[in-house]
Design a protein around this ligand. Structure first.
Ligand SMILES: *Cc1c(COP(=O)(O)O)cnc(C)c1O
Length: 438
């Protein structure tokens, strides 16, 4: 891109960049289209064997000036790279304030991609005790076979993190907000701790910090600006936004690009261009307006839930009574610096015993499933439709029931993922089911 065009892009808001990306992207000349066309070709025509050879030589050599001589990318085969994914990755890196982004076929492929390049036999991962069920399963069922061990600790206690780090520790891994409990991890404190330990370590023993920021989206929080090394997202959730496609992404420092591309090429978790396209032209461009609307609604719904006596506690980072309100205000901010507490709510049904709380949560959710118009019983989140679920028996069921309480999950816990409906309509459905399951 010549400097005149670059100049023309500068001075616009971050939100404008989420809609337009780069002007006249060299990745694909589509100047007569308003939107980049959907790319659908497993393989690419090459002009000559030497151009093919050049394409292979340049693949995953993004920072090697001697190897990379062509100005526009040479596309060879979809698993190596194609224009829709490349354009999406550029916009996702921008959205998170990271150097680079590499997309994957799902959020889980992205989680295993970043951990795959950072660990090897003998490595240790320190992870927060509450994690998305499949991430927990990856770390406990599969990585021990590769001699990669994970210690689950409480990342809210920074001293516990400091005490738990050993010479073998390679990765500090957290979600913030935590799925589903909406606890926050102090990402600045984690990044500073890792930096202080890394000052005493050689490059190969370095500790990396990884944050699954799916619950926040880049609109509400940008961990890399707080000193975190890598961010992962499930694109299936609020970034994709419409629930049409599965996808994931890793955003990180420049050096990691080629490693992530090689990992993706060989393990094969490639995002389909047909799934990259809706995120590029619909999801990311509408992220800011959707999140602004959803968090306004979430605030109203959280306030309503706080008044119900059926509920033991309501956790939403925007509530003044939220127990980490000060951290929420400094860590969760939008592109203009406004407080951005997100669209996710967690609440715990009241019960004399955990078993009673569980029964009440199940009765309430089943009543919603059968009667509500504007709330759907379904996993996933960040959708334009409001979704409700019971983490203990659904998204987090990979965690054994007897360990769930120790891992911060409540038997009576309910996860509510706010959509684009009006708050009045969501509250109407919730009230009806509270009253109907008394
Ligand atoms: C959904 C989710 C994932 C996994 O993403 P998929 O796209 O379903 O593979 C990972 N982390 C969090 C926090 C999630 O909510």
């Amino acid at each position: 891109m010549d400097s005149k065009k670059e100049e023309k892009e500068n001075g616009y808001s971050s939100e404008a960049h989420l809609i337009y990306g780069r002007m006249d992207d060299p990745k694909w000349d589509y100047s007569h289209h308003l939107l980049p066309p959907i790319s659908s070709s497993a393989t690419y025509r090459l002009d000559s064997t030497s151009r093919g050879a050049q394409g292979f030589a340049e693949f995953a050599h993004s920072s090697d000036e001697l190897t990379v001589t062509s100005k526009a990318p040479i596309y060879i085969y979809d698993r190596l790279g194609e224009p829709n994914k490349d354009m999406l990755e550029e916009n996702l890196a921008f959205a998170e304030s990271g150097d680079i982004a590499v997309s994957f076929s799902s959020g889980m492929a992205a989680v295993s991609g970043v951990l795959g390049i950072l660990t090897g036999a003998g490595s240790e991962i320190l992870a927060h005790k509450t994690l998305y069920g499949c991430t927990y399963s990856l770390l406990t069922n599969w990585y021990p076979r590769l001699k990669i061990n994970t210690k689950f600790i409480d990342f809210i206690d920074i001293n516990e993190v400091r005490r738990s780090i050993t010479r073998a520790t390679r990765v500090l891994y957290v979600e913030s907000p935590v799925n589903p409990t909406l606890r926050l991890i102090d990402l600045r404190a984690i990044a500073e701790l890792a930096a202080s330990i890394n000052r005493t370590r050689s490059a190969q023993d370095r500790i990396y910090t990884v944050v699954d920021s799916t619950f926040a989206t880049p609109f509400c929080q940008r961990p890399i600006t707080l000193g975190i090394d890598f961010v992962v997202h499930s694109l299936t959730k609020a970034i994709g936004g419409f629930g049409t496609d599965i996808g994931g992404v890793v955003i990180g420092p420049k050096w990691s690009h080629d490693m992530l591309m090689l990992y993706r090429k060989d393990f094969g978790g490639v995002l389909s261009p047909k799934s990259a396209w809706p995120v590029l032209v619909q999801g990311l461009p509408s992220l800011a307006v959707r999140m602004r609307q959803m968090q306004q609604t979430a605030m109203r719904v959280a306030e309503f839930l706080s008044t119900r006596r059926e509920i033991e506690c309501t956790r939403y980072p925007g509530l003044p009574a939220f127990n980490q309100a000060a951290l929420a205000r400094t860590q969760m901010v939008d592109y203009d610096g406004n407080f951005a507490p997100g669209s996710m709510i967690y609440f715990v049904m009241r019960g004399e015993t955990p078993a009673e709380a569980l029964t009440k949560a199940e009765r309430f959710i089943n009543h919603i499933a059968q009667n509500a118009y504007c709330i759907t019983l379904a996993v996933s989140l960040g959708n334009i439709r409001t979704l409700i679920e019971h983490p203990g028996s659904m998204t987090h069921s990979a965690i054994p029931v007897e360990e769930q309480t120790a891992k911060g999950l409540d038997p009576g816990g309910v996860r509510l993922a706010i959509g684009l409906e009006k708050p009045e309509d969501i509250i109407k459905d919730l009230s009806f089911s509270f009253d109907g399951t008394r």
